[in-house]
Design a binder for this molecule. Structure first.
Ligand SMILES: [Zn+2]
Ligand SMILES: [Zn+2]
Length: 283
């Protein structure tokens, strides 16, 4: 990690603040884990779904307000599907739709001259997060082929913000004022309160005085962790969770990593190769 510097408010920055970066999130609400960073870096924020999966209500307005209060702004991709549509996209391995998202993110990186892309880490917890990480990886490669030179980071969503033993691209130690503002904002969206309460119960409140994101590998071979989650054989938690829901009759099918997510990424790899070959041929 690079330089240590202090902001006017008292927050301490370790590494690059990545001002003007593009933040790509699977669901609205993830931005709260980087709440102080939003105000320091004023990123553009892309969100895949509207967060309606739990209650049937969109959470986009709450996220839009969080961004406006922080001086950050929404990207063109901002809640472009419902959570149920994202599951459908995965179950159907809809590469056309997913490739459209990859292109949209790449265009946002290029047009905004973003110094970095930060996206959800794939932790095997929610397939929407892992899809987001995969889309981010392909978008970085597509944008780089068109001349974008930026860094690629991932944002852990499970457990404490700081990953023990991992070198952070950025770590931010919050001042008292920024921590109070984050805590207040984290409790502003009623649909997110159960998640906020659970996170504080499991990890303790104090760990959220830190915010961090981590350097990641832009290129991974499909079938061997294009989502950055690990070996292709690793069975993610979301499959077990899905099996329980199917058992309860709440879902009709389970999203499988080996059966849906990785084949979709293999199809995106083919899209990327076609695109790069066409660009090379047209030169
Ligand atoms: Zn501060
Ligand atoms: Zn999420």
């Amino acid at each position: 990690m690079g330089e240590r510097s202090e902001r006017a408010c008292g927050c301490v920055v370790h590494g690059e603040i990545a001002a003007g970066a593009l933040l790509l999130l699977g669901h609205p609400g993830h931005e709260l884990r980087l709440h102080a960073w939003l105000a320091h870096a004023r990123p553009t924020v892309a969100v895949l779904t509207d967060g309606s999966g739990r209650s049937g209500r969109s959470r986009l307005d709450a996220t839009a307000e969080t961004l406006a209060l922080a001086g950050a702004r929404p990207a063109a991709i901002f809640g472009v599907m419902r959570d149920v549509d994202l599951y459908q996209l995965l179950l159907a391995q809809n590469a056309t739709r997913a490739w459209g998202l990859v292109q949209g993110v790449a265009i946002a990186l290029l047009d905004g001259a973003a110094p970095a892309l930060i996206c959800d880490a794939a932790e095997g917890f929610n397939p929407g997060h892992d899809l987001c990480r995969g889309i981010g990886g392909f978008a970085v490669r597509l944008a780089a082929a068109r001349g974008w030179k930026g860094a690629f980071y991932e944002l852990p969503l499970e457990g404490p913000p700081v990953r023990e033993g991992a070198a952070a691209g950025l770590a931010l130690d919050l001042c008292a004022g920024c921590f109070a503002a984050k805590r207040k904002r984290s409790r502003a969206c009623p649909d997110l309160l159960p998640d906020v309460d659970a996170a504080e119960r499991e990890s303790g409140l104090e760990v959220f005085r830190s915010e961090a994101f981590y350097a990641t590998l832009a290129t991974r071979a499909p079938g061997a962790g294009a989502d950055g989650f690990g070996a292709a054989e690793t069975v993610p938690y979301y499959e077990l969770w899905g099996e329980l829901r199917v058992g309860e009759g709440k879902y009709s099918s389970v999203v499988r990593r080996a059966g849906h997510v990785l084949p979709l990424f293999a199809a995106l790899e083919a899209c990327l190769r076609r695109e790069l070959a066409a660009a090379a041929g047209g030169r």
